[in-house]
Design a protein around this ligand. Structure first.
Ligand SMILES: *Cc1c(COP(=O)(O)O)cnc(C)c1O
Length: 399
């Protein structure tokens, strides 16, 4: 089976991991800050906070932006459930903004309309989570303009877009939002086994994210200027005992969302090959575009402001030109050894979200997209021969 995605692990990656295993620090050593600094430098952001996975990063970003009961977070229905679940973890409400049928990303015009309606009802969202689907950035300049007008915060879910670009700058530069989230799950662009990251240019937000990741605990020397919830007694005690090497203070209810040094070392080693990974993905995507040109399928359209990292290559079947259903095409590809997949079942149609009151029909573009989408295999180590096998199988099935 040719998988839809697969990690790319080198001898250097293995050496980087074993070096940590032989060292004194399996977690909370120097490999974490090294990975964070390397990623911040790559993206051009001020700070990066490595965590156990992207879901954890989304969760602490929501906490750090004070999302709570009575607040709302809006995201795209065409995403993995984690982009929406983070709001529910905070006791906030979730709602969705339908997708642009060209990019499959959150539609800027649908967002603008929904904001106008919400403003008149006094129900504006506190956070909007644009998801850079398949690795192609959302239209962040336009979303930023709406944030300035309506006063919401922006957390970019860039789980697919590590190494991607928007208007000539790296995704993760945080030029348009409060924070950007990366995932390092093995199917994503680079991997740490499990892992995630939150990037930001806001020093206060970075500080809060870094202690929310580790139980809400700080060392007195790291204490923020205005400690959140620290009592005067705690402050006085810390002043008295400032030199005590045992001293730590819990100033907020945080979590244990740390990334280990084993994972961080793998991340730094992978980051060194991020550009070649993305270059190969772009090459394969362009090759798919050419090879599929005469088949009854729509290839992914690219917005001129973006340069995708190509986490996914999704085709849409022109079902009026094909006798087979999507399910039949999908099953035939799997039977031919092609590990196709489908991204994504619209989040609002999940049983858990239906229980919250969402229904089929609410976000028709995302639903219609889902009915004829198929994700073809794409990964940096994919060979041209493997790609030719995929295309030949598809051509035969659609003939
Ligand atoms: C993979 C993914 C996540 C979750 O990432 P984890 O690191 O597995 O927690 C969140 N959002 C999107 C869009 C993803 O693709």
């Amino acid at each position: 089976m040719i998988p839809y995605g697969r990690q790319d692990i080198s001898a250097e990656d293995i050496d980087a991991v074993t070096e940590v295993l032989r060292s004194d620090w399996l977690t909370q050593g120097q490999a974490g800050p090294r990975f964070e600094q390397a990623m911040a430098a790559y993206c051009g952001s001020r700070s990066a906070i490595a965590v156990s996975n992207a879901t954890a990063a989304l969760h602490i970003a929501c906490i750090a932006l004070d999302l709570g009961p009575g607040d709302a977070l809006w995201t795209s229905p065409n995403t993995f459930v984690a982009s929406a679940n983070c709001a529910l973890y905070c006791g906030a409400d979730v709602d969705f903004v339908d997708i642009d049928p060209r990019t499959y990303n959150m539609s800027v015009s649908a967002l603008a309309e929904k904001l106008e309606a919400a403003a008149s009802q006094g129900r504006l969202p506190k956070i909007v989570v644009p998801v850079h689907f398949a690795g192609q950035s959302c239209e962040m300049r336009e979303i930023r303009a709406l944030a300035d007008r309506y006063g919401f915060r922006i957390v970019e879910d860039a789980s697919h877009a590590v190494g991607g670009e928007y208007l000539g700058r790296k995704v993760g530069s945080c030029d348009y939002g409060d924070a950007t989230i990366f995932s390092f799950h093995p199917v994503k662009i680079i991997t740490t086994g499990e892992g995630g990251m939150a990037l930001t240019n806001d020093p206060k937000l970075a500080e809060r994210l870094s202690y929310l990741r580790t139980h809400g605990i700080i060392r007195p020397a790291q204490r923020p200027e205005e400690p959140q919830g620290a009592s005067r007694i705690a402050e006085e005690r810390a002043n008295e005992e400032r030199d005590g090497p045992w001293m730590y203070e819990q100033i907020e209810l945080g979590l244990n969302y740390r990334m280990t040094d084993i994972q961080s070392a793998l991340g730094t080693s992978q980051l060194a090959r991020l550009d070649p990974f993305v270059a190969r993905r772009r090459e394969l995507a362009a090759r798919y575009d050419t090879l599929l040109a005469k088949l009854p399928v729509a290839c992914p359209w690219q917005h001129p402001d973006t340069n995708s990292a190509w986490h996914l290559y999704v085709i849409r079947l022109h079902r009026n030109e094909i006798r087979l259903s999507r399910r039949q095409v999908f099953d035939a590809l799997r039977a031919a050894g092609i590990g196709v997949n489908v991204h994504y079942i619209p989040v609002h149609t999940q049983p858990y979200y239906r229980k919250l009151g969402f229904q089929t029909g609410m976000f028709p573009e995302a639903e219609s997209y889902y009915e004829d989408a198929i994700t073809l295999p794409l990964f940096s180590r994919m060979t041209n021969d493997e790609q030719d096998t995929v295309v030949a199988a598809l051509r035969k099935i659609l003939a």
